[in-house]
Design a protein around this ligand. Structure first.
Ligand code: VG1
Ligand code: CO
Length: 543
């Protein structure tokens, strides 16, 4: 093996965010940028010598180049083996599964998830630990430290390998096993869900539309929904992963998956619609004329998971991120399950799952998953819903209506203000912080504020503390406003405003969420002083 030790200097700003390091693709393509960070990953985990890693990404622009660089660097750092999806492709949940299945030392996943891809869009990289989950804050902090003192990196000088060819290749002294990215993941799904029941429901006439948004889930959805479950060819649309996602914004929400929404709200809509994001870990669930909010989806899954064979013995406990609505809490209470509230980002669920405290987790940002892997999992959620539909022999709208009748409804919405000046967005929050102490007892629009604080999480498993995880204002009736800045964007700041109001029923369960939330929305505007701070009160994206 011919190892070059390349002199370099620290590059400013290599700080991992909510889910790894995300930057403009052009930034990643700058000299030494990717190499510095990959070396920082290896340094942060105590080196790569003797280790085995899974490597793959969502296929976005620069994925192919980055995989070759990572393999040469892993080899030069002494790794013994890499497992790579064919073509350098792996969905995030499939990568998590492969890390666990092969008992490897971790994996490097290339994705900027729901952010658009292409030479002028976004790229990202993150490290997952041997449990299959995203590196915790203690490890990402070490990555930043290593990046900030980077002076040299090691890389094997050799040719690219042919990642289209299945089988074993050599990169220096490291062996690279190129595998089918779909097969093991699809097999895992068969162990969790009742494929026979779903197949029978499809044969019996349930019509499905799955929008892969020209991103990584296309091949997975084709294999599982069409090949293994017998849905007609064409069930999966936008099925070909493309480096720029066909110019689409691969974020499965009503705004960016508009074509799917139009079909599901149009005449002769399919019985079930779903979409996934760039790297396959998010999901959106839609029925005919029925949009299921991710927080409600989590609650419905908690209430019905026992209908799927992998969860027939019941759940161990549930967890949701703090901004996610409390709908799942109500199910947990009724079923006597522990319910945990964590900061935003999947990395906070890992310890709870590893310790056997929870088996179902979810976020309001279209993320749902279980302890079958250590990432959220888009197709898993789709299959869970199909399993529930098949077993209950009811439609999406009926299931939602019954759920709301039983538990009441947590009206919920997230308003995103994008492309803000970072200093102004930070000023809005620090101003809010200064006024929070005086808020309890304050009356606004006839509602009384019960508490106002900044969410701080103490991990119940390892005791680690994460500060500053979102500003929350809670009203006497449990209605909430939560605000935080996004940690996944690449330009300026995005302010996320999360809004929630609970209606116990039986009346008032069928309102438009924006109408039901109107007083909370207006309170959020007033209390944050957003007009003065950011010069506007209308969000860019409402989900
Ligand atoms: C967003 C979501 C968060 C999610 C994260 C990664 O983070 O809010 O819930 O875990 O994206 O998802 P932020 O910091 O921008 O709010 V993915 O599918 O981009 O890996
Ligand atoms: Co994602």
């Amino acid at each position: 093996m011919s190892i070059a030790t390349v002199k370099t200097e620290p590059i400013h700003g290599q700080k991992p965010g909510t889910s790894g390091l995300r930057k403009k693709t052009q930034v990643f393509m700058q000299r030494h940028y990717l190499e510095n960070f990959v070396q920082a990953i290896f340094d942060a985990i105590g080196g790569a010598a003797g280790k085995t890693f899974v490597v793959g990404g969502d296929g976005r622009y620069f994925n192919d180049r980055a995989v070759q660089v990572i393999l040469r660097m892993a080899a030069a750092n002494g790794a013994t083996k890499a497992i790579v999806g064919q073509g350098g492709i792996l969905s995030t949940p499939a990568a998590s599964h492969l890390i666990r299945l092969n008992k490897t030392d971790g994996g490097i996943i290339l994705s900027a998830s729901h952010n658009p891809g292409g030479p002028d869009e976004d790229f990202g990289i993150k490290f997952n630990m041997s449990n299959g989950g995203p590196a915790p804050e203690s490890v990402t902090a070490r990555m930043l430290e290593a990046a900030n003192s980077m002076s040299e990196y090691r890389i094997h000088e050799g040719h690219d390998i042919d990642l289209s060819a299945l089988g074993t290749h050599m990169v220096g002294d490291m062996s690279v096993e190129v595998i089918d990215p779909v097969a093991d993941y699809a097999d895992l799904m068969e162990t969790l869900f009742d494929f026979d029941a779903i197949r029978a429901a499809i044969a019996g006439g349930i019509r499905i539309r799955f929008d892969a948004m020209c991103a990584v889930t296309g091949p997975y959805a084709v294999e599982i929904l069409e090949n293994r479950l017998g849905a007609p060819r064409g069930t999966v649309v936008n099925r070909q992963p493309l480096p720029d996602f066909g110019g689409l914004h691969p974020d499965p929400n009503p705004v960016w998956a508009k074509l799917l929404m139009d079909e599901m709200f149009g005449a002769d809509a399919p019985d079930f619609g779903a979409a996934s994001d760039g790297d396959g870990d998010r999901n959106m669930i839609v029925g005919p004329n029925t949009y299921v909010s991710p927080s409600d989806s989590l609650a419905v899954i908690a209430a019905n998971a026992h209908l799927a064979k992998g969860y027939a013995d019941g759940l161990k406990g549930v967890a949701r991120s703090m901004p996610t609505s409390g709908a799942v809490d109500l199910v947990a209470r009724a079923k006597g399950l522990d319910c945990f509230e964590t900061p935003t980002g999947w990395k906070f669920f890992g310890n709870l799952m590893d310790a056997g405290r929870v088996s179902l987790c979810g976020e309001e940002s279209f993320g749902t998953g279980s302890d079958h892997v250590r990432e959220k999992d888009g197709l898993w959620a789709v299959l869970m819903w199909l399993n529930i539909l098949a077993k209950r022999e009811e439609g999406v709208a009926d299931i939602m209506a019954a759920h709301f009748r039983e538990y009441g409804r947590n009206y919920y919405s997230r308003h995103d203000f994008e492309g803000l000046d970072t200093a102004k967005a930070e000023a809005l929050l620090s101003d809010l912080k200064g006024r929070m102490g005086d808020m309890p007892g304050l009356e606004i629009d006839g509602m009384t504020i019960a508490s106002a604080d900044i969410f701080k999480y103490e991990d119940p498993v390892d005791g680690s503390v994460s500060d500053n995880q979102g500003y929350r204002i809670v009203f006497g009736d449990g209605s909430r406003i939560v605000m935080r800045l996004s940690g996944t964007g690449t330009t300026g700041a995005t302010l996320r405003v999360y809004l929630e109001r609970y209606v116990p029923g039986p009346d008032g369960l069928n309102e438009d969420p924006q109408v039901a939330l109107a007083p909370i929305i207006s309170a959020a505007r007033d209390l944050s002083g957003m007009a003065a701070h950011i010069g506007r009160t209308e969000p860019d994206v409402i989900t």
